[in-house]
Design a protein around this ligand. Structure first.
Ligand SMILES: Cc1cc2nc3c(=O)[nH]c(=O)nc-3n(C[C@H](O)[C@H](O)[C@H](O)COP(=O)(O)OP(=O)(O)OC[C@H]3O[C@@H](n4cnc5c(N)ncnc54)[C@H](O)[C@@H]3O)c2cc1C
Length: 291
């Protein structure tokens, strides 16, 4: 099937792009890499009279290591992030999560902003942004604002962005000191969206006890989420004393909206999710404690 007809706009800068989105209203949609939007248009799951292509908006691209954070333009491709030495050294969890997205052809066109704005519950980049407490920068005709990742993902494929608002960049805090990071996911075939996945970031204080902890879950609810209760219970504890299976149980047992579909029941996804948390916990603690 082919998409329904649309008018195609290619603004030269971000202000023009948001002005167009505001003028054209609900009939318009931004398009970045097209790796989620084009299949939806082609399958006629979505139709818009106007597409606003962001490919010429240079200010949406780039990676800037600012010392205590790494800024990534929303239009930066996933392949560029995967190749970045700054991302690898300063935001290792993001560097490890990005290659798990689809296949290299998809990562060559797909952008970080497109993935985060699309907000698929099984996607890696929304989970990485939430796990690392990233800040999302947005622009609309009303000006610029910064949205904490914890307030950005509002439900299934929905975010805090207004229809005429663009994501311009994502700021990832750099964790310093003794830290460990891991991502684990299970998919039926390499490159498929994960059935369930987990990300763990753990930081140790001078006394060797856990002073920072983030457990992000994906594929386990209508949107990516954090295991806040499990995280809180781990603060101040000896990382090697925590039993991975207990951490996993504490992380997934509060989940109440686990999806069920032809890939598996809610109970199956929960069990897979727990296994992913346990694996990620062991790896992150190993890295934090032993380097
Ligand atoms: C076969 C296949 C397998 C895939 N597997 C995975 C996978 O395993 N994991 C995964 O995470 N993803 C996967 N994807 C999706 C892929 O990561 C997409 O690249 C990504 O979801 C969307 O990025 P995009 O730049 O292509 O956005 P587009 O498809 O162009 O846009 C997606 C949505 O984001 C909006 N948007 C885009 N840019 C902005 C912006 N700057 N500001 C506001 N809104 C914006 C668009 O309006 C649209 O609603 C897969 C895709 C395919 C086709």
């Amino acid at each position: 099937m082919k998409p329904a007809p649309f008018d195609y706009h290619v603004p030269a800068d971000a202000d023009d792009a948001v002005a167009l989105l505001a003028d054209l209203g609900d009939d318009a949609k931004a398009i970045a890499g097209g790796q989620s939007l084009v299949p939806m248009l082609a399958l006629r799951l979505a139709a818009f009279d106007h597409l606003v292509d962001l490919r010429k908006v240079d200010e949406l691209r780039g990676i800037d290591n600012r010392g205590d954070s790494v800024w990534i333009g929303a239009g930066t491709t996933q392949a560029t992030i995967q190749r970045s030495d700054d991302v690898r050294s300063a935001v290792p969890l993001l560097a490890r999560a990005t290659p798990l997205i689809g296949h290299f052809q998809i990562r060559s066109r797909g952008t970080i902003g497109g993935s985060i704005a699309h907000a698929d519950a099984s996607a890696e980049l929304p989970a990485a942004a939430l796990t690392l407490d990233a800040e999302l920068e947005a622009l609309s005709p009303r000006g610029r604002r910064t949205i904490p990742a914890s307030e950005f993902f509002t439900g299934m494929w929905s975010t805090d962005l207004a229809p005429d608002e663009l994501l311009t960049g994502i700021n990832f805090p750099v964790w310093s000191g003794r830290c460990g990071f891991a991502v684990e996911e299970f998919a039926r075939r390499s490159g498929d969206f994960a059935i369930a996945g987990a990300m763990v970031a753990v930081g140790l204080g001078d006394d060797g006890r856990i002073d920072r902890c983030a457990i992000g879950l994906f594929g386990l609810g209508p949107t990516t989420c954090r295991a806040a209760e499990a995280e809180a219970a781990l603060i101040g504890t000896d990382p090697e004393a925590a039993v991975a299976d207990d951490v996993a149980k504490a992380a997934v047992s509060p989940l109440t909206s686990v999806p069920a579909d032809l890939h598996g029941s809610a109970d199956y996804r929960k069990r897979v999710g727990a296994a992913m948390v346990a694996r990620a916990w062991r790896s992150a603690v190993q890295e934090a404690v032993h380097g």
